[in-house]
Design a protein around this ligand. Sequence first.
Ligand code: GDP
Length: 534
Amino acid sequence: MRHGTTNGARQESGVGPEAARRRSFAVISHPDAGKSTLTEALALHAHAITEAGHINGKSGRRHTVSDWMEMEQARGISITSASLQFDYRDTVINLLDTPGHADFSEDTYRVLSAVDAAVMLIDAAKGLEAQTMKLFAVCKHRGIPLITVINKWDRPGLDALALMDEITERTGLTPTPLDWPVGVAGDFRGVLDRRTGNYVQFTPSAGGAHVAPQETFEPSAAAEREGVLWTTAVEESELLAASGADYDQESFLAGVSTPVLFASAVRNFGVHALLDVLVDLAPSPGPRPSVSGEPRAVDSPFSAFVFKMQAGMDTAHRDRLAFIRVCSGLFERGMVVTSARTGRPFATKYAQQAFGRERTVIDTAYPGDVVGLVNGSDLRVGDTLYFDKAVEYPPLPTFAPEHFAVVRAKDAGKYKQFRRGVAQLEAEGVVQVLRSDLRGDQAPVLAAVGPMQFEVAEHRMAMEFNSPVRLERLEYTVAMRTTKDWVAALNAERGVEVLHREDGELLALFPNSWRIASVRRNHPGAVLEPPVAA
Ligand code: GDP
């Protein structure tokens, strides 16, 4: 009983410095911007892996990431990776995965509640894309500091200054480039390091497989080497300085400005710079506000919250991983912690780190780290776990669903299993469940941020709850929060329907935003608000 006798103060000694050397972040981007490539490159630079491709190789792309679920294998995508941890300089970096292709789901948003910073990865040719904007909105709401990386600068793309304008206009953030490209997109020579004024020249490496060599030159040597390309970069950088686009730590941490780097993940350009920015500028884990309003210091006794549940990775064992982010104290495998929601003890005998299919046993973890707890069936997304001194963190928000489907049991005789399964998936946050008197209990509406959530639900209903279901997609794409007084009027509108969610919200579903506008015209006073999360 190692912990029974341990006194809280002694146990937590050393936690402060360990927390201070941690950086936990996620990448927000649109599919194909280069997130997987960047992840590989980051790990490569940090020497977590020996050659890019180990995590997600060119041949057998994504094959190695995960094949835990049958459907994953069938679709060749990963829905199960959680976080990658590696050392860089004297820092421990946790990169939390934000699933982003067809596997985009509520989990993708929830991950953002478990990070201290985010990297907004933008394709130089495309600028800010839809999924990036959605994830940005969540970061903004939570006040998460953002580092912007303009990727694929080795390929023809937009003008660098135009990209800065786009960031300003569409995100409201002030971009503060830390470096500035020498050479336009498609002719990437290197960058002007705006903090030192020096030229960092890149040399392409074969296929981007190994760490790209880079050399630094004084401005005069840079001018000699690059001529007008260098003077253009210097001029543009001065223009930026004059418009107040120089880096400012305070406004970065406040989520008001965003440092910008230019990179080519596939060629390993700028990856090193990003790691240095994470270490030097990004915040370490800080005190987390609890429901009582009192923040819990990182060196308080252990506490964590569940930000993601993973089920069905092994259908034979039905193991369920609960991914927690440590908020305070030292986590030691084997410790018995308490779930704040149920008050019940939870033994952490099986604790793992998981990235892709690779899982390693974790013995200790500190604030900012991610731990996968096996046998987490009693746990739910948003649950707080603590040791010694009780604490409860605010529940994780739910997000605006954009996909809707009626679910029915294929076999009406299995209604009990059906109900139990739906309730479980709802409790775990796999899907949101919307109900109305009109539709009745036998055919509730499942609502999701991404369509993959439906597939997970369908798969689990059959495999785990022994109640195969039929899903019928509905035409709605937007949900708006409304109030009781408006239910009748809205239900009377063509193509509109009001349902209630378990948390008490009334959601009015619309086929598209034009329909919302026309309903608003019919009912000028109607309460219709975006249900974006707290
Ligand atoms: P993800 O969907 O965001 O994970 O994107 P991937 O990392 O899978 O990259 C999508 C495609 O863009 C792949 O073909 C990559 O090889 C390519 N790519 C990624 N980064 C770069 C880059 O810096 N330059 C170029 N030219 N291609 C890149």
